[in-house]
Design a protein around this ligand. Sequence first.
Ligand code: PLP
Length: 364
Amino acid sequence: MHPSLEQFLEKIHQRSQNYIGYPVAKDYDYKELYPFLDYSINNVGDPFVESNDMQCKSLEREVVAFYADFFNAPPDNHWGYVTNGGSEGNLYGLYLARELYPNGVVYYSESTHYSVQKNLHLLNMDSIVIRSQSNGEMDYNDLAEMIQLNRQRSVIIMANIGTTMTEAKDSVPKIREILSKFAIKSSYIHCDAALAGSYLPLLGSNDFDFKHGADSIAISGHKFFGSPITNGVVLVKKSYKDRIGRSINYIGTLDTTITGSRSGFNALILWYAIAKWGKEGMLKRAMTSLENAAHLRVQLNSIGIKAWSNPNAFTVVMPKPTEAICKKWQLATDNDIAHVICMPGVTREMLDKFVEDMKTAMEH
Ligand SMILES: *Cc1c(COP(=O)(O)O)cnc(C)c1O
């Protein structure tokens, strides 16, 4: 191996041992898929329209079908594709919403992922930022007030199903209630379920799905399943999507996705992860993560650190530790808080070492 690569491999291996601040699973093994890396598998364009033979769209459609069922999408009216990640799925949801309601206003809480603002800018959509409660969940009174002030315009909601910092969930039923209270005629709800969307339904917590009023949902595949290449899935109602596709002769398919070429290998990864774990394996991994989060909270509380979590969250929020600890454990911080995310593959051993470091830092 080239010395530069060797050096990088060593470094990335080392750093992965202390990687507890970002929501990516580490317990994956895709070696069975390595032979496919010798081929240029490109799922260009619409996964439901076949293109040339160097693609795996049939497997991609199985991934979409899995999530459609998972999120109670209408059986005859859904569509989706494998994205590059959650951000692209959010962009897609907003894009559809804009095509449906060009005069709509997008409402999103101040705890929303940073990429959403950029996407709104790209799409040139009007938006209003809604205050958050202290746990990171949308302030529904503020939302109601803002919607009332703009009640003549269509309402587009970007709901967080697990915010980036505290994994707070906005309540789609509460949002729906507000929409009916003000008799809003046209509305659209996109759910950003990047991390939590892949396990909440397994815990019986699915009040953000299509049955409960979502119009589109995006998840990140590289978070809960884990993946060496970032990916995700976006699901929408097919009737909405049909308004934007354009047939392109050159690729022999419909250009209904945000990017042109799309990694077929990513579809293989998601297909493989779903086939390997199944819902049972997914639930088991989620339960272990929740138990680890509870363990970490107890340990931190026992040394006097006010650590807390939202319900059903892998994320443990705490006052921002020292700079050295944040750096060593690669913790994401926001003002005066930081978090550890107990993703599958983050072990008790790692967490206990982290608590040990926190203890030592407090004693000094
Ligand atoms: C990670 C995350 C995103 C972005 O997903 P990517 O896969 O990084 O593009 C969006 N929203 C939330 C809440 C996230 O946690």
